[in-house]
Design a protein around this ligand. Sequence first.
Ligand SMILES: [Zn+2]
Ligand SMILES: [Zn+2]
Ligand SMILES: [Zn+2]
Length: 242
Amino acid sequence: MFGCAACPSSPTFPVFAEVEHHMEEVHGVRGVLRGPATRAVLLPSTLSTYQCLLCVEGGWVEEKQVQVHLSDVHGEFFARRWEEYSTSTCRMCGEGVAKEEVEHHTALHHPRSRFARGDKEPRAEAKVEVDVKGNEDVVKMKLEEVSKLGEVTRVPGETRLKLTQGEADLVLGRDARTVVGLNRISRANISIKGSSEDNEREMVISGKENQVSLVEERVAKILARNTYIKIKLKSREMMSLC
Ligand SMILES: [Zn+2]
Ligand SMILES: [Zn+2]
Ligand SMILES: [Zn+2]
């Protein structure tokens, strides 16, 4: 549960939208995430929730709940592959965040130091420390800004993007899982041409305009995240030189 540290009655809220509403109604703060009033917001210990990809249900905080839903509503087949048939999103900004990336996402976008310190529940310390400034911008970066080669061609309904082998691997994901997931959420046609021996590969995204732009957005995020890790390493190296 989220909570408000500014109210003596310690109200709690199951979803972040209610915190925003409370902050605006009771404390006159609009867009709490963007300002310093986050220091009055108590965070729950779990910062992401699961959604079912087969229907509209969601909001679960535990894997077990996803598995139970899949098995009860959709069948054992889906429950056994629950990771493929569910997605997790950040409880604060609603962004899709893989379970193993939650700490990273939180450290980057909603560092716990900006929020109230609750003394009731012990918190898992963020494992990833991100000390790069201006990280919010990365989220909105375009493909040509985040891909190394920067070669993007667009015609209505089709986007082509040159990728390095490393980038192609990243977009494909383990066992091509990432690209399969992209295809599933967007319904766009996605192909990565060339073989793993090539230095450069070409990604072709085609389909309806909104499908293509959804894939573009997601791919940009995947590549941006990678860019970050590099920036992060660089700033660490620099610090060790000082
Ligand atoms: Zn309050
Ligand atoms: Zn479902
Ligand atoms: Zn978030």
